[in-house]
Design a protein around this ligand. Structure first.
Ligand SMILES: Nc1ncnc2c1ncn2[C@@H]1O[C@H](COP(=O)(O)OP(=O)(O)OP(=O)(O)O)[C@@H](O)[C@H]1O
Ligand code: SF4
Ligand SMILES: [Mg+2]
Length: 338
C-alpha cells in the first residue's frame, strides 16, 4: 500500500463496564473495563474504501469513532497524513474527518431544519455566509436533494432515504478527506439501500473521499469496498483485498461469516454458531477459540498476531507467524479444517 491516509498503532479503547462497575471499582480499588477495541493496527490508503465487518459488539463503531477522533484512545496512536495525532494537531485533522452515524432518525436533530443541520457542520470553518450557503447548495445537490425544496424541512418531513441523504450532505459539506460511514444503509428498505450505496460510490468517485464503511451486510462490503477488515471481540482478525476475502477467507471466523450468507445475496450477516464472548472477561489466547472448529492447544493460551498470508493479513495460529514466511499451504489448511 502507498503511504496510508490514516493508520493506527495499537489502538485501544476501554470503557468502564457500568455504573455498578464503577462502584465495585471504589470498593475493590479495581474497575471493571470493557476493552471494545484492543491493540488494533490498521491502515487505510488515500481514496480507499475499506469495509469493516463483524458481529454486533465487536467494536466496529468504537474503532470508527477513534479513527474520526470523536473518541479518545485509551492507548495507542493514530497517524493522519503521516502525522501522529496529538493535542497540537488534533483540531486540524478533525476538520478533515466526518462521520455518518448509524441511524439517521436519531442522528438528525428533530428541532432543526435541513439547512441548519447541514450548515451546522460548517460552523468551525470560518466561512462567509455566502460560502456556507454555496456549500449547503452544492452538498445537497450532490446527494440528489433540491436545496430550495428541502432547506426548510425538518427530519420528520423526510423519508428514511432522504434523512440519510441529508446526513451524507452534512458530512460532505465541509469537503472532508476521510469519512466513516457507520451502517449507512441498515435502517433503509432494500431498494433505497441500493440508491444510497450508488450515491456513496458516486461521491467517492467524484470527490475522492476515503471511506471506512462499517456494515453487517457482506454484500454491501463486497459491492463497494477495495478491502475488507474483519473484527472479532475488539480484535482485528483479518484484512485483505475484497476479492481475496470473499473468495478465499483465511480466518475461521471470516469463513463462518461468509458461510452464514446464502449465496452472498443482500442479506444481513448472521452470527456464526456459539455465543459472542463477553468483553469484560474475554477468552484467553485467541478470543475465537471457544467457537472455532479448528482450535488447537496454543489457541487457548496465546493470542496470535496479524501475519501476512498472500495479499491479506490474518491473526490465526493456522498460519505461520514468521514475517516473510510463505502462506500456509492449501493442504495444511484443509487438513486442519476437516
Ligand atoms: N460509551 C460506551 N460505554 C460503555 N461501553 C461501550 C460504549 N460504547 C461501546 N461500548 C461497548 O463496547 C463494545 C463494542 O461496541 P461497538 O458499539 O463498538 O460495537 P459494534 O461492533 O459497533 O456493534 P453493532 O454492530 O451492534 O453496532 C460493546 O460491548 C459495547 O457495549
Ligand atoms: S487461532 Fe486457533 S482458535 Fe483462533 S481462529 Fe485460528 S485456529 Fe481458531
Ligand atoms: Mg456499531
Amino acid at each position: 500500500m502507498s503511504s496510508p491516509l490514516i493508520s493506527t498503532k495499537g489502538a485501544t479503547k476501554s470503557f468502564l463496564a457500568s455504573k455498578r462497575g464503577m462502584l465495585e471499582s471504589i470498593s475493590r480499588k479495581r474497575a471493571s473495563y470493557i476493552r471494545a477495541v484492543d491493540h488494533v493496527d490498521i491502515e487505510i490508503a488515500d481514496k480507499e474504501i475499506l469495509a469493516l465487518v463483524g458481529e454486533s459488539g465487536s467494536g466496529k463503531t468504537t474503532l470508527g469513532l477513534l479513527l474520526c477522533t470523536l473518541e479518545a484512545l485509551t492507548d495507542g496512536e493514530i497517524y493522519f497524513k503521516g502525522m501522529k495525532l496529538d493535542k497540537a494537531n488534533l483540531g486540524k485533522a478533525r476538520r478533515q474527518m466526518q462521520m455518518v452515524f448509524q441511524n439517521p432518525s436519531e442522528s438528525l436533530n428533530p428541532r432543526m431544519n435541513v439547512r441548519s443541520i447541514v450548515m451546522e457542520a460548517l460552523q468551525k470553518y470560518h466561512l462567509s455566509k455566502e460560502e456556507k450557503q454555496n456549500q449547503f447548495e452544492e452538498s445537497m445537490s450532490a446527494v440528489g436533494l433540491n436545496p430550495r425544496e428541502f432547506a426548510g424541512r425538518r427530519p420528520k418531513d423526510l423519508s428514511g432515504g432522504q434523512k440519510q441523504r441529508v446526513a451524507i450532505a452534512r458530512a460532505i459539506a465541509s469537503n472532508p478527506t476521510f469519512i466513516v460511514l457507520d451502517e449507512p444503509t441498515s435502517a433503509l428498505d432494500a431498494s433505497i439501500q441500493a440508491q444510497v450505496l450508488n450515491l456513496l460510490e458516486g461521491l467517492h468517485q467524484q470527490y475522492g473521499f476515503t471511506y471506512l464503511l462499517i456494515t453487517h451486510n457482506i454484500a454491501v462490503a463486497r459491492f463497494i469496498s477495495d478491502r475488507i477488515a474483519v473484527m472479532y471481540a475488539g480484535k482485528l482478525v483479518e484484512i485483505g483485498p475484497t476479492d481475496d476475502v470473499m473468495t478465499d477467507p483465511k480466518h475461521p471466523y471470516t469463513q463462518a461469516l461468509l458461510k452464514s450468507v446464502p449465496s452472498l445475496v443482500a442479506r444481513g450477516l448472521e452470527a456464526p454458531t456459539g455465543e459472542t464472548p463477553s468483553l469484560l472477561r474475554p477468552p484467553s489466547g485467541c478470543r475465537y477459540h471457544p467457537r472455532c472448529p479448528n482450535a488447537m492447544e496454543v489457541c487457548k493460551t496465546t493470542d496470535p498476531a496479524l501475519t501476512k498470508v498472500k495479499g491479506s493479513s490474518v491473526a490465526c495460529w493456522l498460519y505461520p507467524t514468521m514475517p516473510e514466511q510463505q502462506p500456509s499451504t492449501a493442504s495444511n489448511f484443509t487438513a486442519v479444517q476437516t
